[in-house]
Design a binder for this molecule. Structure first.
Ligand code: NAD
Length: 491
């Protein structure tokens, strides 16, 4: 089903994909994938809706957004349960995702302030200049499986607040939370057609990329897809922001609080089963702390309770699909062959029922920088440790990574932390904070292969991304001011 024009649309019978509960392996629905005709229908409806929504008053937009914020607040638990049922993350984690999404809606409520323009009075005699920002028209968002509610909420509240209409193409692995948050927008009073959800795969994405009436694309997903979407979208003349994958390092200096560092490594490495773009996947132990730090991380990781996300006793849920679980597990033998010491082997025993997608936690020590476990974004509960002698070696390692999403330093030395902030090549930096996801009024985005495009997502960058600037120069003169043939100068 697709959500188009404020109602559910079936689309022609065609390709489907099964949606699975990763904690049981049970297929819960067959999702119909959009063909090109469904995408065209959504674009036509969105383009029509944008005509009036782009002229809606800022007061009307904020009324809808305030109401939407209240509705999301009242449905936190329901949305979190939808997330857990299809993604598998534990309920408290799903609630956290919804909370971070709501923060973006709260930021979007300040749209009248955000769209206030600058101007200059009397730039020349009788001449004034004003900047205005106008919506783009129809904007599309393509989102990944790992934050099925939050990442869509990073996009459409701001796009819509700016006066655009929006087509969301959520992940075909866990689409239900996205559909529910879209429905609630209608309950908040958003006119039909301003927000639409098209369920689909690459066929739908390709059509959105080539459709002449789609002005801009916000994408979040893996690096290869982000890069290809950036290329295809910009070649088609669209504005594109494409956020990609990551391999985030956490540098632990010898003066750090090692208990804090170990707690942080475990929560940021294994939270959400490592399926976070801001997960810590590499701990860099600097100086002589390696043995002690690895022992502390192992002790904590061993105690994690793996189980269904809807059970309060679970700390970590399953992985999204059986294929992904198997791919993550395949890094264990290859890491061993490529010289790593396996401190914890998450593949050693089967967790959960047959058919479910669980995997235990793995901790790899003395990982080689040439190994697959270090070079690939594993996106699972596998944490690597690399040891370096010095801060400089650690910094070289971090900055040699092709990705630059997040990076963290753990230290008690403010001057070194400040040096790290200056030198590290990453878009989001944590100092004694392992997952430095910016709050909604700052923007989120990485460097290097973690982001293609010029704008980060949400925060003030999103106002620029979702609007076009226009400068108006005006002069009101008395009738009969006379003919002036010279190029205008200021006097
Ligand atoms: P993915 O790239 O496989 O899919 C993302 C979206 O793109 C989905 O909607 C999917 O249907 C679509 N898609 C997939 N292949 C496509 C193709 N060939 N052509 C067109 N569209 C295609 O990513 P995923 O597995 O859903 O999510 C995990 C990835 O997302 C990880 O790499 C993670 O780091 C990244 N991620 C990044 C951020 C960030 O902010 N940088 C946030 C969350 C996730």
């Amino acid at each position: 089903m697709h959500w188009i024009g404020g109602k559910y649309i079936e689309g022609a019978a065609g390709r489907t994909v099964p949606i699975t509960n990763p904690a049981t392996g049970e297929v819960t629905q067959q999702l119909a994938l959009a063909d090109e005709a469904v995408v065209d229908q959504a674009v036509a409806v969105a383009a029509e809706a944008a005509r009036s929504w782009s002229r809606s008053s800022l007061s009307k937009r904020t009324q809808v957004l305030f109401k939407y914020r209240e509705l999301l607040d009242g449905h936190r638990d329901e949305i979190a349960r939808l997330i857990t049922a299809e993604h598998g993350k534990v309920h408290s984690d799903a609630l956290g995702e919804v909370a971070r999404g709501i923060e973006v809606v709260e930021f979007a409520c300040s749209i009248p302030q955000l769209l206030k323009s600058a101007g200059s009075y009397e730039v020349s005699t009788g001449v004034d200049v004003r900047e205005i920002r106008q919506p783009l028209g129809v904007v599309a968002g393509i989102t990944p499986f790992n934050f099925p509610a939050m990442v869509p909420l990073w996009m459409f509240p701001m796009a819509i607040a700016c006066g655009n209409s929006f087509i969301l193409k959520p992940s075909e692995k866990d689409p239900s939370a996205a559909l529910r948050v879209a429905e609630l927008m209608a309950d908040a009073g958003l006119p039909p057609g301003v927000l639409n959800v098209v369920n689909g795969d690459q066929v739908a994405v390709r059509r959105l990329l080539e459709h002449p009436d789609v002005a801009a694309i916000s994408f979040v997903g893996s690096t290869p897809v982000a890069q290809s979407i950036y290329r295809a979208g910009t070649e088609a003349g669209k504005r594109v922001q494409a956020l990609g994958g990551a391999k985030n390092h956490m540098v632990v200096l010898p003066d750090a609080d090692l208990d804090l560092a170990a707690d942080s490594a475990v929560s940021a490495g294994f939270g959400s089963a490592g399926e976070r773009c801001m997960a810590i996947s590499v701990v860099v132990a600097v100086g002589g702390i390696g043995d002690e730090l690895v022992a502390k991380i192992a002790e904590r990781a061993k105690g994690l309770r793996i189980g269904p996300g809807d059970q309060e006793t679970s700390d970590m849920g399953p992985l999204i699909t059986a294929a992904h679980r198997d791919k993550v597990a395949s890094y264990l033998p290859s890491a061993r062959e490529q010289g790593a010491e396996i401190v914890l082997d998450g593949t050693a025993e089967q967790v959960g029922p047959e058919g479910a997608h669980f995997l235990g936690v793995s901790l790899l020590d003395k990982v080689s920088v040439d190994s697959d476990a270090y070079r690939d974004e594993i996106f699972g509960p596998v944490l690597s440790v690399i040891r370096t002698e010095t801060y400089a070696e650690a910094m070289d390692l971090v900055n040699s990574s092709p990705w630059g999403n997040g990076a963290a330093v753990f230290t008690s030395d403010g001057a070194v932390a400040r040096r790290f902030e200056m030198e590290v090549e990453a878009g989001m930096v944590g100092v004694n904070v392992p997952i430095p996801v910016p709050v909604a009024y700052h923007s989120f985005g990485g460097w290097k292969a973690s982001l293609f495009g010029d704008h980060h997502i949400y925060g003030s960058d999103s106002v620029h991304f979702y609007t076009r600037g226009k400068i108006v120069t005006s002069r009101w003169v008395a009738p009969g001011a006379g003919l002036e043939m010279a190029f205008p100068t200021n006097s």
